[in-house]
Design a protein around this ligand. Sequence first.
Ligand SMILES: Nc1ncnc2c1ncn2[C@@H]1O[C@H](COP(=O)(O)OP(=O)(O)O)[C@@H](O)[C@H]1O
Ligand SMILES: [Mg+2]
Length: 252
Amino acid sequence: MSGGRDILVCQDLAIGHGDRVVMDRLSFALPAGRILAVIGPSGCGKSTLMRALGGLDEPIGGRTTLMGIDLATAAGADRQSILRRTGFLFQGSALFSSLTLRENIEMPMREFLRCPAKEIRQLAEYKLALVGLADAMDKLPSEISGGMAKRAGIARAMALDPEVIFLDEPSAGLDPVSSGRLDELILRLRAAFGTTVVLVSHEVPSILRTADFCVYLDPETGTMGAYGPPKDFLQAGQAPKVHAFFTQARFD
Ligand SMILES: Nc1ncnc2c1ncn2[C@@H]1O[C@H](COP(=O)(O)OP(=O)(O)O)[C@@H](O)[C@H]1O
Ligand SMILES: [Mg+2]
């Protein structure tokens, strides 16, 4: 939370699929240890942006650096380094249904950590305890609630002690109590580990509770409508669509 160093810097970032540009001219910087919410109407490119920012898909244009690594040219060791130092909760959370929660969390550990099975097991149990699932580690995803599945997904994203985690709609489909618990968990992980968080959310109360900054993607202009602290957008100002998002609208 010391601020200072920008862990993520986008200059004129363009994102999309194949030749199709979904958003361009995205320019913002996120200091390490902060929480960024990506917001905007359904289909505007939030998930596409998350994948690009996390180095999973190559940006179409512009210059973007994550942890000092240029995402347009990252290859080999740099790309491995990004994978090793980031964690993802994809939209829909997608735990492996035939594996227990503990086995789900062990997967990325087995891939990247050179440690004996016993240590990996202990690490996975520790991560599940962190998210309040100590009593559920031997359950299958089908045996737990939606809120628990999201927390297990966050434990998996945190498996390798990442510097940055990307959470795509972590609270989608949750009741307000579970959603509130998830917000607290995200804030607690950030406080404990200094993790930088990039998340997609539609829940205004949740954004106001957790995010230090938000970037609003405007599909009508094909670029960002605003970037700044969410509380700023509660005031009517130069960004009417963002203001509308914060004061009334739910887009999907
Ligand atoms: N894998 C893909 N291939 C081609 N087009 C895609 C793919 N994923 C998403 N899109 C398109 O890109 C646009 C942005 O999608 P997405 O990033 O999923 O939006 P959001 O997460 O904001 O709802 C949409 O028009 C969507 O149809
Ligand atoms: Mg999405």
